[in-house]
Ligand binder design. Structure first.
Ligand code: AMP
Length: 116
């Protein structure tokens, strides 16, 4: 699947509906369609990056923005004090299903560690 055609690109172009929680020039955040926790938000860079594996030093700004966006949303949506988990599935063994870098922001329940 080419970068123009992946699911998250279609969501960014508005071709597939999403429940948006944040957007700026570089990032889109929306609720996961199959939530794994009471709060499950996907934070997605608009740049054509297939996965964490593709990041280079030139991407330091966007990598930081993903994490800062997660931290800000946790505070704004009121779950920062209870805690939350950020996950970036990368590649086959991690179960990445959409070939576009995205950070899962999960909250609203307790999470076990190590993760399964
Ligand atoms: P991953 O398995 O890490 O690649 O995560 C992909 C995520 O995208 C999964 O948690 C899916 O539930 C989610 N997902 C798939 N289709 C949609 C959609 N149309 N809107 C929102 N989330 C989606």
């Amino acid at each position: 699947m080419s970068q123009n055609d992946n699911l998250f690109k279609k969501i960014m172009r508005g071709e597939i509906p999403s429940s948006k929680v944040y957007e700026d020039d570089e990032i889109l955040a929306f609720r996961d369609i199959a939530p794994a926790a009471p709060v499950h938000i996907l934070i997605v860079p608009k740049a054509p990056l297939d996965s964490l594996d593709e990041l280079t030093d030139d991407d330091a700004m966007i990598a930081g923005k993903l994490l800062i966006c997660a931290s800000k949303l946790a505070k704004e949506l009121g779950f920062a004090s209870n805690g939350y988990r950020c996950v970036i599935n990368t590649g086959k063994d991690a179960g990445q299903t959409v070939p576009h870098l995205h950070l899962h922001l999960l909250a609203g329940r307790e999470f076990i560690w190590p993760a399964g």
